[in-house]
Ligand binder design. Structure first.
Ligand SMILES: *Cc1c(COP(=O)(O)O)cnc(C)c1O
Ligand SMILES: [Zn+2]
Length: 395
C-alpha cells in the first residue's frame, strides 16, 4: 500500500499532514508528497513488479492513495515505449525511443495526473473539482469526474481545440470559455468559485497530479530493462511531468533502483510562449510571465508556471537545457513521426522531435546517446492543426 507520510513545501520545507486537503504552502509554493521509501523499497523491487497490473497503480507504494477502494481508474499508464528505428536511422540515433502517451484514457498523459488527483479527492470525500486548463487537463478531469460521479467545472481558453471542448461537455462537466490563456482562466475560475465548496485541482496547486505524471519515469526505467536513458525531451507547459520525473529519480535513487547519474532533461517550448527558455538563458531562478502567448500547441500555451523554479532547477542540475521551436517546425515533425513511425501525435509531441533536431545540430546530443521523446497526446484531438497539415500536402 501507499507509504505516503506527509507533504513538504518545495521552497521552504514546511511539513503538512497527509489525509487532508491542501493547495499551496503559506509561502505560495507547491507541496510535494513524501513517502517512507525505506518501508516501500522491499515491495517495490523492480523484479517483483513484473507480475503487477500494467497501469500506473503498479507503483502504488509511491502514490498517495491509501485505500484501493478509492482508486478511480480508466486504465491509465504503462503506455508503450517504442524503439523508433526508422526515425533513429534518419537522425543517426540508433537508441531513440518514443513514449506514446496517446494511449492513455482521453488520449493524453493528463489522464495520469487526473487519475491520481481524482482518486485522492475520492478518498478525502471531495465531490466538486474545478480546473483551469489549456486543453487536455480539462478533458481528463471531465472523464475521471464522470467515472467517480463527481462534479467538474472547467475553465478553458475559447480557442481550445474543438474536440477537447466537446469532450468536456460530453462527460458532463460545466465548461466556461474564457478569452485569453490558461492564466486568465485561472483568474476567472477563482473569482467565480470564490466561497463555494469547489476544490482547485490546478496543476501544482494540487499536490497529486504531479504524482501521477511522475510514473512516466518509473515506467521508462522498467521498459528499458532497468536503466534510464541519457536524455529526455519533454514538451513543457506548466512542467508538471518534468518536475514529477525529476522527483521520481530522487525516489528511485533512495529505493536503490539507480545510482546518482540521471538523464539530462531538455524542456521544449513554443517560440510564441517560451518563459522557461528565456529564464534558462537569463540564468534566473524564476520565470517572468510571457505576454501574449501564442501557439497552436495548446498544452504549451502556459505563460507562467508556479513550479518555474523547480523546472529550472531540474534542467540545470541535469546539465540539460530549455529550447524553443516554431509551430511550423512542430507540425513538420508531426508529419515526420507519422510517416516514419506510424504515430499521429499532437503538436506538443512534434515539438520534442523538432527540439531533438536542434539539440543534435548544436552538438548538445550525440549519436551514441539514448534519448526518449515524450509524445504527450494524440493528434486526433487536434483536428484544426491536422487539417492545416493535410491541406499543405495537397490532399
Ligand atoms: C499539458 C500538456 C503538456 C505540458 O505538460 P506539463 O507537464 O504541464 O508541462 C504537453 N503536451 C500536452 C499534449 C499537454 O496536454
Ligand atoms: Zn513554503
Amino acid at each position: 500500500m501507499s507509504s505516503l507520510t506527509h507533504l513538504e513545501c518545495a521552497r521552504c520545507g514546511k511539513h503538512f499532514a497527509a489525509g487532508q486537503t491542501h493547495n499551496l504552502c503559506d509561502c505560495g509554493s507547491p507541496l510535494l508528497a513524501r513517502y517512507d521509501l525505506r518501508r516501500a523499497s522491499p515491495k517495490l523491487e523492480p523484479r517483483q513488479l513484473q507480475s503487477r497490473a500494467r497501469d500506473l497503480w503498479r507503483y502504488r507504494e509511491v502514490l498517495p492513495v491509501t485505500q484501493d477502494a478509492s482508486i478511480v481508474s480508466l486504465g491509465e499508464g504503462f503506455t508503450p515505449l517504442l524503439h523508433a528505428r526508422r526515425l533513429g536511422d534518419k537522425l543517426g540515433l540508433p537508441n531513440l525511443y518514443l513514449k506514446d502517451e496517446a494511449q492513455n484514457p482521453t488520449g493524453s498523459f493528463k489522464a495520469r495526473g487526473m487519475a491520481v488527483a481524482v482518486s485522492v479527492a475520492q478518498e478525502l470525500g471531495i465531490r466538486r473539482l474545478a480546473v483551469p486548463s489549456a486543453g487536455n487537463a480539462g478533458g481528463a478531469l471531465a472523464a475521471y469526474a464522470a467515472k467517480a460521479g463527481m462534479e467538474a467545472a472547467i475553465f478553458m481558453p475559447e480557442d481550445t481545440p474543438l474536440v477537447i471542448r466537446l469532450e468536456c461537455t460530453l462527460h458532463g462537466a460545466k465548461v466556461t470559455l474564457v478569452s485569453g490563456s490558461i492564466k486568465d482562466c485561472g483568474r476567472v475560475m477563482r473569482e467565480r468559485l470564490k466561497g463555494g465548496d469547489w476544490f482547485d485541482v490546478s496543476t501544482l496547486r494540487e499536490p497529486y497530479r504531479l504524482e501521477g505524471k511522475k510514473t512516466m519515469a518509473y515506467e521508462v526505467f522498467e521498459q528499458l530493462g532497468g536503466r534510464l536513458p541519457d536524455a529526455m525531451i519533454y514538451p513543457t507547459g506548466g512542467g508538471t511531468g518534468l518536475i514529477g520525473m525529476w522527483k521520481a529519480f530522487g525516489e528511485m535513487q533512495e529505493l536503490g533502483w539507480i545510482a546518482e547519474r540521471r538523464p539530462r532533461m531538455f524542456a521544449v517550448q513554443a517560440q510564441g510562449c517560451a518563459p522557461m527558455v528565456r529564464a534558462f538563458a537569463g540564468e534566473s531562478e524564476q520565470a517572468a510571465e510571457w505576454v501574449n502567448p501564442q501557439t497552436l500547441a495548446s498544452g504549451l500555451r502556459v505563460p507562467a508556471a508556479i513550479g518555474d523554479f523547480l523546472i529550472l532547477r531540474a534542467l540545470r542540475q541535469s546539465r540539460g537545457a530549455a529550447l524553443a521551436v516554431s509551430d511550423g517546425e512542430m507540425l513538420a515533425a508531426v508529419r515526420e513521426i507519422a510517416e516514419t513511425e506510424g504515430i499521429l501525435t499532437s503538436p506538443e509531441g512534434g515539438a520534442t522531435l523538432a527540439g531533438l533536431k536542434k539539440l543534435l545540430a548544436d552538438g548538445f546530443l550525440a549519436g551514441h546517446e539514448s534519448v526518449v521523446l515524450f509524445l504527450t497526446a494524440t493528434g486526433y484531438k487536434y483536428f484544426e492543426a491536422l487539417e492545416t497539415l493535410a491541406s499543405e500536402r495537397g490532399n
